[in-house]
Design a protein around this ligand. Structure first.
Ligand SMILES: Nc1nc2c(ncn2[C@@H]2O[C@H](COP(=O)(O)OP(=O)(O)OP(=O)(O)O)[C@@H](O)[C@H]2O)c(=O)[nH]1
Ligand SMILES: [Mg+2]
Length: 450
């Protein structure tokens, strides 16, 4: 971490400004060499107007902000240079910084320095990354719960419980004569691990909601030709995205759109009507429809109520295995009371794409199936990071081992080994324990400039 690093922090394009960030001991010196004013003795958190210079030539008119260690994002000296937008200015200024002693930052290196210097923990770093990639209001809210340390605090409370258990066990073992010490019994260990287990299981159960907020839902509309699949897509999106005609086989390829239901991003795919066909283009479309089903969280299986449930429909339905299916009886305006015995075991709904109230009912039904309205209840405090989820699952396994050690009447000092492992796994979540390789791997997944 001796080097002073530099990177463009904004997306380079035709914008009004771009920001270059420098971090490290030499930040002020390096910036000073190419700036029209002397900033070697300026106060922290101050902004300076001037020009970036190369020899005596003005390169760009910029604002330069100085943040002195330790109250900075990385806890090192940081300089931010706001150049004009477009790629030419920013590239030239970067070139000058690199030729004056800065090194191009690796992906995620600013965040990594913030973490290594104790400015943020790992759950916060991962949340910053989630915030940057968030695509919905709900995923933004969830990422903020990571950044504001809500997730850290939950894990930390569990860590402290385990730590006090370890401390007491150690005192009991090392100073048996010390009368004031709490004598740790197996019941006491069990009571504590049960508490921790309940909390972790709740986090894991809720992480499904977190994953939903983060990844959204994928819904695929399938059925035989002409049942109204594309009309359903268009009604849900409130836009004429897919072509609708009364000719069977109108849709040849997958048409995709997205909408929000209860703040959750829903990707919705309209597919080619499934039927046996000699037409080569249509048959490729049909095989894409079948493949799309594999990736779906929910399949909207559409039938035409005026035709009833035909053998063709049954053949398609049989292709959909192990998937959440919602049967849509479409064209209810033509046959209002349609209900098919064979289909009642599925979630089902009568709709007409000509009736916007029925489309609202369809959105409500989707929301009910995934319990979307409950997601906002816990203020978006969910764990959704795969690494954190895997570590919580490890904790559950260790607690099982502790319980079985207690049942098998092992000595407390043997049980303590597993209690220490539990503490280590919890510490890995926040990044207090972890190998350098692991830390490098985690931060390298982040983008340049972060
Ligand atoms: N009466 C009635 N007609 C509908 C309804 N929804 C769609 N249609 C009509 O049904 C015909 C087929 O609609 P599409 O949406 O193109 O059907 P599709 O399932 O996408 O058809 P393919 O792309 O060929 O597989 C069109 O003439 C629509 O206007 C409805 O709710 N009621
Ligand atoms: Mg269609």
């Amino acid at each position: 971490m001796e080097d002073t690093i530099a990177a463009v922090a904004t997306l380079v394009g035709e914008s009004s400004i771009n920001v270059i960030r420098l971090s490290g001991k030499e930040s002020i010196n390096i910036a000073n060499k190419i700036f029209s004013k002397d900033i070697s003795n300026v106060k922290s958190h101050t902004v300076h107007y001037g020009f970036i210079m190369e020899n005596n030539e003005k390169i760009d008119e910029v604002l330069l902000t100085v943040f002195l260690s330790p109250k900075t994002f990385t806890r090192e000296d940081v300089v931010e240079i706001s150049t004009h937008g477009g790629s030419t200015s920013v590239n030239k200024v970067m070139e000058l910084l690199l030729s004056n002693g800065a090194r191009l930052a690796e992906p995620g290196e600013f965040l990594k320095r913030a973490f290594l210097n104790g400015r943020i923990d790992l759950t916060q770093a991962e949340a910053v990354s989630d915030l940057i990639s968030s695509q919905s209001e709900s995923s933004r809210k969830m990422a903020i719960r990571g950044i504001d340390k809500t997730i850290y605090n939950i894990i930390n409370e569990l860590k402290e419980k385990v730590l006090s258990l370890i401390a007491n066990i150690e005192v009991n073992i090392d100073y048996p004569e010390y009368e004031d010490a709490v004598v740790v019994t197996k019941e006491m260990i069990k009571e504590n691990t049960e508490y921790i287990n309940n909390k972790i299981n709740k986090l894991l159960k809720n992480s499904k909601k977190g994953l939903l907020v983060k990844n959204g839902l994928k819904i695929v509309i399938v059925g035989k030709p002409n049942v109204g699949k594309s009309s359903i897509l268009n009604s849900l999106l409130n836009e004429e995205k897919a072509i609708v005609t009364d000719v069977k086989g109108t849709t040849r390829d997958i048409v995709e759109g997205n909408l929000l239901i209860e703040g959750i991003k829903i990707d919705i795919l309209d597919t080619a009507g499934i039927r046996k066909t000699e037409d080569i283009v249509e048959s490729i479309g049909v095989s894409r429809s079948v493949n799309a089903i594999n990736d779906a969280d929910l399949v909207l299986f559409v039938i035409d109520s005026s035709d009833g449930f035909t053998d063709e429909d049954e053949e398609i339905l049989n292709k959909i295995n192990n998937k959440e299916v919602l049967v849509i009886y479409n064209k209810s305006d033509l046959n209002e009371n349609y209900s098919e015995e064979k289909l009642t075991k599925y979630n089902h709904l009568n709709i007409s794409t000509f009736d916007s109230k029925k489309i609202d009912k369809l959105k409500e039904k989707i929301s009910d199936i995934f319990d979307l309205s409950s997601i906002a209840e816990s203020n978006y405090t969910y764990i959704s990071n795969a690494r954190q989820i895997a570590l919580l699952n490890n904790c559950v396994d260790i607690i099982k081992e502790i319980n079985s050690a207690i049942e098998n009447n092992l000595e407390i000092d043997m049980i303590e080994i597993d209690v220490k492992r539990l503490w280590e796994k919890l510490s890995e979540i926040t990044g207090d324990v972890g190998s350098d390789d692991l830390i490098n791997e985690i931060f390298s997944k982040f983008c340049l400039g972060k």
